[in-house]
Design a protein around this ligand. Structure first.
Ligand SMILES: Cc1cc2nc3c(=O)[nH]c(=O)nc-3n(C[C@H](O)[C@H](O)[C@H](O)COP(=O)(O)OP(=O)(O)OC[C@H]3O[C@@H](n4cnc5c(N)ncnc54)[C@H](O)[C@@H]3O)c2cc1C
Length: 392
């Protein structure tokens, strides 16, 4: 646990550095040392390759002239993990629910259910939710389902939140540094992951933009199960039918491939559906920026949920919160692509209705959302090598 080596929960990179090849983005094992990338380039046609059980995988067509947009966002990361805790401030009870790193979509329902449990310490039914990202919206929905009357106050609304930038894979990643987690956090993490996983299963539908897909983790080195001191080992059961594939069982030109199943949650669809649910449940949203805690404590509501993501850094003075910048490129949609890839190195591909998402940047401590052409070019190049190298 005290190790400083790069791992799922220990990003192990210098402040401000952009992490590329040595970044492990999967919860299971290292996807490291991908300095030798696969030969190959963007495919010009839709080709297919074999996979386990005789299914065929459509090739992602990676090419500069297929890029439809690029974006960047800041993951709200805390080395010791997210904060779910109640705090008495004057006459008010403030329940914090922020700091989800690269796992806010994944864990939102879980930490929100835990946060609302904290509110049982208050008699109040009228409450304020600060923030209208995925965490604020799920907190507000849980509150409504428990008979509370929440109002959401937020500076930004979807589609302008960090939650809209998320890739949307259900997978707890970039969430904490392994040497900083406490037993109490580990308990909350396991509980939040299981609660959230269960809730998303019940939302798997076109209306919410949630679906199950196979995910192929591609690696130059053997993919290990998480060690017992890694909290990820507590949620292994959430990945049924995980399998290491033999070379003939997949089309990828890497030595190690693991297939498992997870959910893809498409933020553009999902967040709009959550807003619609909140509003049809009688919820009201007020666009408002808070500049200080005293402005917050002046609110009419005596029960306040702090779901401000990275905003909690200045608003509540949490110096542990740091951004991990991520940049994404979207290609023209390819409806025939029905799988996800992670790796090698830190790259990933998710097939969404609003485009094929290509990612792979984890820039710790970088506090701007500028899209850097060189980073996008690298993400395209490395993903092109993966799909160009697929066996036809
Ligand atoms: C490139 C990238 C890829 C990602 N991929 C994934 C993924 O695949 N899966 C996953 O689970 N997660 C992923 N994430 C992480 C995910 O996006 C975040 O963890 C999540 O969005 C955090 O949600 P949030 O609601 O806490 O914050 P936000 O979405 O940032 O919402 C915060 C809200 O608080 C409001 N607010 C903040 N400060 C103030 C203030 N002073 N006054 C009023 N309102 C305020 C904001 O306006 C906003 O409404 C990714 C992130 C990035 C950048």
């Amino acid at each position: 646990m005290g190790s400083k080596r790069p791992s799922i929960f220990n990003l192990g990179v210098p402040e401000g550095a952009e992490v590329t090849y040595s970044m492990q983005i999967s919860r299971r094992g290292f996807v490291a040392g991908a300095g030798t990338l696969l030969a190959g380039c963007a495919a010009r046609r839709v080709a297919v390759g074999p996979t386990a059980g005789g299914a065929r995988l459509a090739r992602v067509r990676v090419a500069q002239d297929r890029v439809i947009r690029t974006i960047a966002g800041l993951r709200p990361f805390r080395p010791s993990g997210f904060v779910v805790r109640a705090e008495k401030m004057g006459e008010k009870l403030v329940v914090h629910n922020y700091g989800h790193g690269g796992s806010g979509i994944t864990l939102s329902w879980g930490t929100s259910l835990l946060a609302v449990e904290e509110a049982a310490k208050s008699e109040a039914r009228d409450c304020a939710v600060l923030g209208c990202g995925v965490v604020g919206l799920s907190t507000a929905r849980v509150l409504q389902q428990r008979g509370y009357h929440p109002v959401i106050y937020a500076r930004e609304m979807p589609p302008s939140t960090t939650s809209n930038v998320a890739g949307g894979l259900w997978e707890p990643v970039s969430l904490f540094d392994g040497d900083r987690v406490t037993p109490e956090f580990r308990r909350q993490y396991g509980e939040a992951a299981r609660l959230a996983h269960r809730r998303y299963q019940s939302l798997a539908s076109e209306r919410y933009g949630v679906r199950w897909l196979p995910m192929y983790q591609l690696s130059q080195t053997a993919i290990q199960a998480p060690r017992a001191d890694n909290p990820a080992s507590d949620i292994e059961s959430l990945y049924p039918e995980t399998k290491q594939l033999a070379p003939g069982e997949h089309p990828f030109a890497v030595p190690y491939v693991q297939r498992r199943y997870s959910m893809l949650i498409e933020p553009a669809i999902y967040l709009q559906a959550m807003i619609a649910d909140f509003q049809s449940g009688g919820g009201r949203i007020a666009v408002r920026e808070f500049r200080s805690v005293s402005e917050i404590l002046a609110l009419r509501e005596s029960l306040i949920f702090n779901c401000t993501g990275l905003g909690a850094r200045t608003l509540f003075g949490d110096a542990e919160l740091i951004p991990i910048k991520g940049q994404l490129a979207f290609l023209l949609p390819q409806p025939e692509v029905d799988y996800m890839t992670l790796g090698p190195g830190g790259i990933y591909m998710f097939p969404r209705h609003d485009g094929i998402l290509l990612g792979g940047s984890f820039e710790r401590g970088v506090d701007n959302t500028d899209v850097v052409p060189e980073t996008i070019a690298r993400i395209l190049r490395e993903n092109a090598a993966v799909f160009g190298g697929m066996r036809a």
